[in-house]
Design a protein around this ligand. Structure first.
Ligand code: EPU
Length: 430
């Protein structure tokens, strides 16, 4: 058991370098299953979710080698099974990409149903509907494993998604890349990592058009050649630091970002009175000596405000003047962390999908628990602002998606450290 200990009250000041995008990496690594030659992936974030998906590939038979902290060499040619059913697969949500990649390579797959962060129902009905349209018969085996089988090769199909889904869009792209004929995905999601996956596959010789719009056309190809590819910067990690610097009234140069991907986040910060200056691959956030004011936020699929920054912004909005209204439109139950913020003195009420956040709360330190990855990030932001000491438990959630968060924050002047907790003490404080 480990926890983070934060002594709050210090503004974040300096420069931070953003890592590669988690949600691109967890799709691009399994996408190498489709490649007919070895690949090199650069700007891979060094986080536990990525290490897990790399290990799962290794268990399938791929040769995976870490060349340095952020570069993986993957040779998928030795993979000789389409079955991924051990417990490690269940350990992360994104292992559903194994379904698309294995169906794309073998026309069949057997994959354990994913676990991952816990904020309400996380169905994969749209993924399965798409695979079925492409000729794969999908069965739930024992309630916990999906088995998909095609008669021969996967067939191109026209698929309309009932809901805009990032995972479905990427998974169907994977299944379609080597399919017979053309696949059209309508009502597709448009997140930057969807474009990144398409760019990765196209660089290997795939034929995908329209990624980043709501209609994606994929014409199947027979062969994908090896490449070196660099993953895009993590939009959500950047958004997290941007919220943190606003909350602490600091000044931060956020480096290795694509400013265009941050438009919705930048717009909200400017609306509340933070200065944001854009450079080619960096943004400068200045909240020093500013009196920030309330705003309303509605989460939406890209290019709307990302749900994955909602908790961090709610934590930040507890520090501004006035009452902000936040509406979560993507997930049913992404407010569990608010219970923890209340323990720290926040004044927030939740009615269904709406959180009413009273600014000017005087947050104080408390023992709190991360309930998922972004919830944990929100608690860190609250701890950086709060008076006294905040202790955050269940930090394994945070380390799924934030590379070296302690080191990065300490370099900006935060007083945060990781502490080992003996098991019997953990039972008392968690
Ligand atoms: N949905 C369905 N049926 C499906 C798939 C999705 O009804 O078959 C619904 C979901 O219940 C949800 C909505 O569609 O209400 C959107 O879900 P989506 O499929 O877009 O989410 P996801 O692909 O499972 C990814 C990210 C999440 C992020 C969402 C939304 C990964 C590994 N995860 O999840 O990231 O919140 O997109 O942008 O890419 C995080 O990084 O903290 C995280 C949770």
């Amino acid at each position: 058991m480990e926890r983070y200990i934060i002594n709050g009250g210090k503004p974040l000041v300096g420069e931070v370098t953003i890592s590669g995008a988690k949600n691109a990496a967890v799709a691009i690594i399994p996408a190498t299953i489709l490649c007919d030659e070895p690949c090199r992936i650069e700007n891979v974030p060094n986080i536990s979710d990525v290490n897990l998906i790399a290990r799962i590939l290794q268990n399938l038979g791929a040769k995976v080698q870490r060349v340095n902290k952020h570069t993986l060499d993957i040779d998928p040619r030795p993979i000789n099974t389409c079955s991924a059913t051990d417990d490690s697969v269940r350990g992360m949500r994104a292992s559903y990409y194994l379904l698309g990649a294995l169906i794309g390579r073998w026309g069949k797959a057997k994959v354990a149903l994913p676990g991952g962060c816990n904020f309400g129902l996380r169905p994969i009905d749209q993924h399965l509907k798409g695979f079925e349209a492409m000729g794969a018969d999908c069965q739930l085996v024992g309630g916990a494993i999906v088995e998909a089988k095609c008669e021969g090769k996967v067939q191109g199909a026209q698929i309309y998604l009932d809901t805009v889904s990032v995972g479905t869009t990427m998974n169907l792209m994977l299944a379609a890349v080597k399919a017979q004929g053309q696949t059209i995905i309508e009502n597709a999601a448009k997140e930057p990592h969807i474009v990144d996956l398409a760019n990765f596959l196209n660089s290997m010789g795939a034929n995908i058009r329209g990624a980043g719009t709501d209609v994606i056309k994929i014409r199947g190809v027979d062969y994908l050649h090896g490449i070196t590819y660099s993953i895009i910067p993590d939009q959500i990690e950047a958004g997290t630091y941007m919220a943190a610097v606003a909350a602490t009234r600091g000044k931060l140069l956020v480096k290795n970002v694509t400013p265009k991907h941050l438009d919705s986040i930048t717009a909200k910060l400017e609306e509340i009175g933070v200065s944001v200056e854009e450079f080619d691959e960096a943004v400068l956030i200045d909240a020093t000596n500013r009196s920030l004011k309330r705003c309303n936020i509605k989460t939406m699929p890209h290019p709307g405000f990302p749900t994955d920054c909602q908790p961090q912004f709610v934590a930040m909005l507890t520090t501004v003047n006035g009452t902000s209204i936040v509406t979560e439109n993507v997930w049913d139950n992404r407010y569990q962390y608010i219970r923890e913020l209340l323990l720290m003195g926040a004044n927030i009420s939740v009615e269904g999908r709406v959180a009413i956040v009273d600014g000017d709360s005087q947050l104080h330190g408390a023992p709190v628990k991360a309930t998922d990855l972004r919830a944990g990030a929100a608690l860190i932001i609250a701890g950086l602002v709060a008076s006294g000491t905040t202790e955050i438990s269940s930090i394994h959630y945070i380390e799924r998606g934030y590379e070296e968060i302690i080191e990065k924050l300490c370099a900006l002047g935060a007083d945060i450290k990781k502490q080992y907790v003996p098991e019997e003490d953990a039972a008392v404080t968690a």
